[in-house]
Design a protein. Sequence first.
Length: 555
Amino acid sequence: MSKLQQTYDYIIVGAGSAGCVLANRLSEDPHIQVLLLEAGPTDKGWIFEMPSALGELFEKPQFNWNYNSEPEPYLNGRIIGQPRGRVLGGSSSTNGMVFIRGHAYDYDRWAEQGCDGWSYAEVLPYFQRSETYDRGADDYHGNKGHLHITSGAAQNPICQAFIQAGIDAGYQASSDFNGYKQEGFGRMDRTTRKGCRWSTARGYLKEAIWRDNLCVETETLVTKVVFKGKRATGIQYIRNKQFYEVNAAQEVILSGGAINSPQTLLLSGVGPAVELRTHKIPVVHDLSGVGKNLNDHPDIVMQFKCKKPVSIYPWTKWPRKALLGSQWFFNHSGLAASNHFEAGAFIRSRSGVKHPDLQLTLMPLALHPGSSEVIATHAFQIHIDLMRPTSLGEITLGSSDPADSPKIVFNYLETKRDIEDMRTSVHLMREVMAQPAFEELCGEEILPGPGIQDDKAIDAWIRETVVTGYHATSTCRMGPESDDNCVVDSQLHVRGLENLRVIDASIMPDVVSGNTNAAAVMIGEKGSDLVLGKEPLPVSTAQVWNSPNWETSQR
């Protein structure tokens, strides 16, 4: 790793899921000088390696931006926490490690909206390039990439009952949510390797950090992008109370994610002019879409008591917890080597929906709502996420001070469609729980509870309990020049400006149908080829399944 100098070819702001990929790929050429800036500290320590320690990470403010929404107008004014990784690796170092790419049709939809080069056939090769899959390479997976993927074992009896109950209820089985058929019940993949979390910091940055042409600066607060006219020329930032300005000979690349990238643009004078003037920020470029179109997956949790002592609850208490820790520290095995999200499903909420719009994620443990505190009994919970919500939010500045948090409004459940689909998900989940496969395991419903049955009561419960799916995207939306709501073009250049790109989850035209980390890594991979002017990878011919009767049947 080189020492700080005055000028670099490329400056990357944010060492997260996409930023670490970019730092590795751009610095592969020893003639290219790269500076990577990260607001948080390094990712050293066992807490970043043990998969089951993810709850501990959520409680460490030094690794977390700890954002909160404004009072949400359609959730009775509730404030929703929005934790984001603030450390090398970004949220890939602090997330739940679930590896889901989204559905093939998500990317085809992007291409149909005018994002040339971003269809499923064109992005699948970048997913493959990024990964080493423990089940080997095929038409959908790679085995030579930097991101290691482990398929969930799903051996717990609750996991097995969940998958079988879905099949009993008439749903499909899926052997690979990231392969030919997403729809159905099956095992979940995760970003781990040999019992350890595998973030982009470990997979990509660790390999590159010793290169003489890469400088990594942690604990830096970027204050703005520097412009000469409409051309980005560098970055200003603060580190250890000292002010720095560094030049970019080629490009500045924002990779701060769906909250920090639009915030940086706004602080730099790029965004809706009226908003900028409100904070007395000189307008460099009036771009109305910056911070708009905020997407996220609203998440509700249903909980059930377990009739048999087969949940992992006893292993969360001493002395068994100590035994688990010892086993993991000794050889990285046992329950501590899992994120405990090993089984799940993707289903459609109703007929007329072409591909799954509900994600179900099982955990053989139940937590008190809004916390990592375990409910002291054998129980389990199912997270239900709405994949393609029609309610959209926005990111705006709280002030012109870069140290202040931006204002975040998600507008969860603003539309009638969203609340209806989430209400339907409760009915569908209750039906699955009533299947024979769960007869000996599924006990009393804890949440929402047997007293909440009619639609009005279910809607009220949803509005009181829904939280973030941790999948914020689309605030620097990619799209054609004809769409004034778009911030970047298909090459990820910021519209109307020179030498400035955004490469992270904020560029998604809309959120993918699944966890967003895998897609962010893909965006980093494809984005690196765009920056370097490389020919795109050969188009895939892999086929995709969808239900032949989707227009007339829910399953």
